[in-house]
Design a protein around this ligand. Structure first.
Ligand code: PNW
Length: 461
C-alpha cells in the first residue's frame, strides 16, 4: 500500500456564499451574488443563498463532522460584506466575531483553517459605486479588507488564499455573464483579470511587509482543466498548449514569470492590459504555494477560425480568442455537471505546472464531482463519487512519485451546497444535505475518505 508523504494535508473545502445563509443577519451587507440571485432567470429554479446550509448557525455541528472524518485542514472563505458591509471603511464586529468563533472552533478540533479572502461575493456597494473588478481602485479596497482579516484572524490563521479562481470571475462573470456580476464582453474579462492579479499581489505585499511575524503562508487558487491534443498533429498540440496558456498561464505566468504569456499578448493586442515594470516587480513571486482547483479534461484541436463547440461551463474561456475547439471522448464518464471523469488529465496537469513553474509546492485546493445523490434509509450510496476520488487521488500519488511537489488535497466539497447558477440541483458534497430540514448525512464517499486519511493512502477496499 503506497502512502502519501508524511504531513500530506488532507482537507475539505467550501465557500461563504455557498453554505453560510444568514444573508442579511447581524449586519452583513449585500454582495453581488445576493443581487444576482434576485434577477429572474439567472439561477436554476430561482434558488438563492439566503439560507443555503445555514452554516452560519450550524458551524459547530459541521466542524464536529469534519473532526469525525479526521480532516487535517478546512478551507473556507470569508464573506467580505459580512466583515465590511459596504466593502470599505466600517468593520462589522458581529461578522468578525462569527469568523473568529469559527476559527477557534476549528483549532479546538485540531483542524487547520485555510482561509480564502475572496470567493466571488464582492460587496454590492463596490459594484454599484466603483464598478467592481473593472475599477482601478478595487485593489486598494481589497487590501484594506485583507488588512482587517490579517489583523483580526492572522494570529490563528497560518494559510491564506487571496482569490479563488480569478479565471471564473473574469470569464463567467464578465465574459459570458452567467455568474455575477453578469456582464457580457470580450474585453472586460481581461481588464477584470488584470485588476484581480494586482489586488492579489498588493495583498501579498502587505502581508509580507506587515504581518511577517504571524509566520503564515499566502497564495492564490487558480482553476484549470487539462487540455489534451485531439490528434498528434503539430497544430492540435499547439492548440492544447495555447488553451492551457489562456486558462492557467494567464494568471500563473505573471506570478511565476512576471508577465502574461506571449501568445495572449499576440492574440489579444490592446484588449490585454499591460503591467508597468513596478507592478511586475510586485506580482512576481507573490505566491508561497501553487493553489490548483481542478475538475475535468477536454480534447483541444486547432479551430482554424471555425467555432464548433460552444459551451458555457468548462469551455476554457472565450474560445474565439484562442482559436481552439474543445470536445469530449464518447468513452469518458460524465458527472451531473457534464464534466468528464479523467484522472490522468489531473496527473498531466500537475506535471505541466511542475515543469512550467519550476517545481513549486502545489496544493489541490479543490477537486470533486456532482452526482444526483439520493438519501435512502438514512444512507447515501455514492459509489460514483467514491470511484472519482479513488481515481483522482491515485493520479495525484503517481504525480508525486514522478517528482511533483504536491503537498495537499482538499475535496470539494465538505457538503452539498449552493452550486452558483445551478442552484441546489448539483450535489458536490461528501456530506448529503437535506435542503428541507438542513440535516447533514455523511455519504459513503465521506466514510471512504475518512479511511484514506487514516491510512494516509488511497483506500482500496
Ligand atoms: C469552482 N468552469 O467553480 C468553485 O471554486 C466552487 O465554488 C464550485 O462550487 C466548484 O468549482 C464546482 O463548480 C467552478 O466552468 C465553476 O470551468 C465553473 C468552472 C470551474 C470552476
Amino acid at each position: 500500500m503506497k502512502k502519501f508523504p508524511e504531513n500530506f494535508i488532507w482537507g475539505t473545502a467550501t465557500s461563504s456564499y455557498q453554505i453560510e445563509g444568514a444573508a442579511d443577519i447581524d449586519g452583513k451587507g449585500p454582495s453581488i451574488w445576493d443581487a444576482f440571485c434576485s434577477i429572474p432567470g439567472k439561477i436554476n429554479q430561482g434558488d438563492t443563498g439566503d439560507v443555503a446550509c445555514n452554516h452560519y448557525h450550524k458551524f459547530k455541528e459541521d466542524i464536529q463532522l469534519m473532526k469525525d472524518m479526521g480532516v487535517k485542514a478546512y478551507r473556507f472563505s470569508i464573506a467580505w460584506s459580512r466583515v465590511m458591509p459596504t466593502g470599505k471603511n466600517t468593520v462589522n464586529e458581529k461578522g468578525v466575531q462569527f469568523y473568529s468563533d469559527l476559527i477557534d472552533e476549528l483549532l479546538n478540533a485540531g483542524i487547520e483553517p485555510w482561509v480564502t479572502l475572496y470567493h466571488w461575493d464582492l460587496p454590492l456597494a463596490l459594484e454599484m459605486e466603483e464598478d467592481g473588478w473593472l475599477s482601478e481602485n478595487i485593489a486598494a479596497y481589497f487590501t484594506e479588507y485583507a488588512n482587517v482579516c490579517f489583523n483580526r484572524f492572522g494570529d490563528r490563521v497560518k494559510h491564506w488564499i487571496t482569490l479563488n479562481e480569478p479565471w471564473v470571475v473574469s470569464i463567467l462573470g464578465y465574459g459570458q455573464g452567467v455568474f455575477a456580476p453578469g456582464r457580457v464582453s470580450n474585453s472586460e474579462p481581461y481588464l477584470a483579470a488584470h485588476h484581480l492579479i494586482l489586488a492579489h499581489a498588493k495583498t501579498v505585499q502587505l502581508y509580507r511587509a506587515q504581518y511577517a511575524h504571524q509566520k503564515g503562508q499566502i497564495g492564490i487558487s487558480n482553476n484549470c482543466d487539462w487540455r489534451e491534443p485531439l490528434t498528434d498533429s503539430e497544430e492540435d498540440k499547439q492548440a492544447a498548449e495555447r488553451a492551457l496558456e489562456f486558462f492557467l498561464a494567464w494568471f500563473a505566468d505573471p506570478i511565476y514569470k512576471g508577465d502574461y504569456p506571449e501568445v495572449m499578448k499576440e492574440r489579444l493586442g490592446e484588449r490585454l492590459p499591460v503591467f508597468t515594470e513596478a507592478e511586475k516587480e510586485i506580482i512576481k513571486d507573490s505566491s508561497d504555494f501553487f493553489g490548483l482547483n481542478h475538475y475535468t479534461t477536454m480534447y483541444a484541436s486547432h479551430a482554424n477560425g471555425i467555432k464548433e463547440h460552444v459551451s458555457v461551463h468548462g469551455n476554457g474561456g472565450i474560445s474565439e480568442d484562442q482559436d481552439v475547439n474543445l470536445s469530449l471522448d464518447k468513452d469518458w464518464d460524465l458527472t451531473s455537471m457534464h464534466w468528464a471523469v479523467v484522472p490522468w488529465g489531473c496527473k498531466k496537469l500537475l506535471k505541466w505546472i511542475d515543469k512550467r513553474y519550476g517545481n513549486p509546492n502545489i496544493y489541490i485546493t479543490e477537486n470533486g464531482c456532482a452526482y444526483p445523490d439520493k438519501l435512502v434509509n438514512g444512507k447515501v450510496d455514492d459509489q460514483e463519487r467514491l470511484d472519482f476520488y479513488k481515481g483522482y487521488l491515485t493520479a495525484c500519488q503517481e504525480a508525486i512519485d514522478e517528482g511533483v511537489n504536491l503537498k495537499g488535497y482538499f475535496a470539494w466539497s465538505f457538503m452539498d451546497n449552493f452550486e452558483w447558477a445551478m442552484g441546489y440541483d448539483k450535489r458536490f458534497g461528501l456530506h448529503y444535505v437535506d435542503f428541507e430540514t438542513l440535516e447533514r448525512v455523511p455519504k459513503k464517499s465521506a466514510l471512504w475518505f475518512k479511511k484514506s486519511i487514516a491510512i494516509n493512502s488511497v483506500n482500496t477496499p
